[in-house]
Design a binder for this molecule. Structure first.
Ligand SMILES: [Zn+2]
Length: 272
C-alpha cells in the first residue's frame, strides 16, 4: 500500500471509531458533570471527559482549574528572577540555565509560525524552543517562569497537584515569550478607481501558534527536566526569599525588569 492510501485508511479508521459510541466510557470523570464522555458519544475519542471538560483540559492542563493569569504570575516571575540573579554562582542555578541553553541548541532550525501546521506536537514544541533562541530570550527568564509556577502552586489554597497541570502552566508562560511570526509586504493591485492603473497595497500576515494541546505537554516536560534539580535543591529557599519580598504584591508587576533582552509582545499575543 502506498503512503497516501495508508494514511487515508488510518484516517477512516479513526473517524469510524469516533463516530461509534463506546459505552465502556460512559460518563465524564468530572464529579457531578453527568455528561457522557466523548468516547461514549458519537463525538470523539476522549475516554475521560465530556466535550467541554476535554477542551478545558487541553487548554489548561486540568478539566476544571483555569490557567493562572499574567497578573497573578508576574509577581512570582519577578521575584524568582531576582532570586536567580542573586544566586548566579549557585551550582544548581548554573545547571538549570545551562540546561535551558542546551534545549535552545538542540531545538533545531528556526521555523516560522506559518509553517507549523501539520507538524507533530513534539516537533512544534522544539520549534517553540527554537523561537525563544531566535528571539534572544534570556534562559534565566525561562527558569524563572518554571519557578513562578512552583511558587504560585505553593500559595494556592486550591492547587492542582498533577504534573501535567504544572507543565502546561509553565509551558503557556514560556510559549508566550516568543510566539508569533509576522510578515509585511507590498504588492501592486489594480486601482479601484482606474482599473488600468496600479496602486500599492500593504499586506500583513500575523500567525500565532495555538497554545493548547500536546505541544504544551511536550514543551512543559522539557522545561521541567531543565529545572528539576534546581527545584529539588532550592525551592524552599526561593519560597522563603519570595515571601520576604512580600509576594504576591498588591499591584501588577512586570515579569522582568525593563531592559532584559526580550522581544516586544503585541497586544493580541496576550490571549491564551
Ligand atoms: Zn464533563
Amino acid at each position: 500500500m502506498t503512503d497516501w492510501s495508508q494514511r487515508q485508511k488510518r484516517k477512516q479508521d479513526v473517524k469510524d471509531r469516533a463516530s461509534v459510541p463506546n459505552h465502556m466510557y460512559a460518563y465524564c470523570r468530572v464529579i457531578h458533570c453527568g455528561r457522557p464522555a466523548r468516547a461514549g458519544t458519537s463525538d470523539g475519542l476522549d475516554e475521560r471527559y465530556c466535550r467541554a471538560h476535554a477542551d478545558h483540559h487541553q487548554r489548561h492542563g486540568s478539566p476544571l482549574k483555569g490557567s493562572y493569569t499574567a497578573r497573578e504570575l508576574n509577581p512570582y516571575r519577578r521575584a524568582a528572577l531576582a532570586w536567580i540573579v542573586a544566586h548566579e554562582d549557585s551550582r544548581w542555578v548554573q545547571n538549570a540555565v545551562q540546561r535551558v541553553r542546551s534545549l535552545y541548541q538542540q531545538a533545531g532550525p528556526y521555523i516560522e509560525a506559518f509553517r507549523l501546521r501539520g507538524m507533530p506536537p513534539q516537533e512544534r514544541a522544539k520549534a517553540a524552543l527554537a523561537r525563544l533562541r531566535q528571539h534572544g530570550i534570556d534562559p534565566r527568564l525561562v527558569v524563572a517562569a518554571w519557578l513562578a509556577v512552583e511558587l504560585i502552586l505553593l500559595d494556592d489554597p486550591q492547587p492542582v497537584h498533577s504534573v501535567e497541570f504544572k507543565r502546561v502552566q509553565a509551558a503557556k508562560v514560556v510559549h508566550r515569550m516568543a510566539s508569533g511570526s509576522h510578515r509585511r509586504w507590498v504588492r501592486e493591485v489594480p486601482s479601484p478607481v482606474w482599473p488600468s492603473q496600479k496602486q500599492a497595497q500593504v499586506q500583513e500576515l500575523h500567525v500565532y501558534p495555538r497554545s493548547r494541546g500536546r505541544v504544551l505537554r511536550h514543551l512543559g516536560e522539557a522545561l521541567e527536566s531543565a529545572v528539576e534539580l534546581l527545584v529539588d535543591h532550592h525551592l524552599a529557599e526561593v519560597q522563603a526569599y519570595v515571601r520576604e519580598q512580600g509576594v504576591p504584591g498588591t499591584s501588577a508587576v512586570r515579569p522582568y525588569p525593563k531592559g532584559w533582552v526580550v522581544r516586544r509582545r503585541r497586544k493580541d499575543e496576550e490571549k491564551t
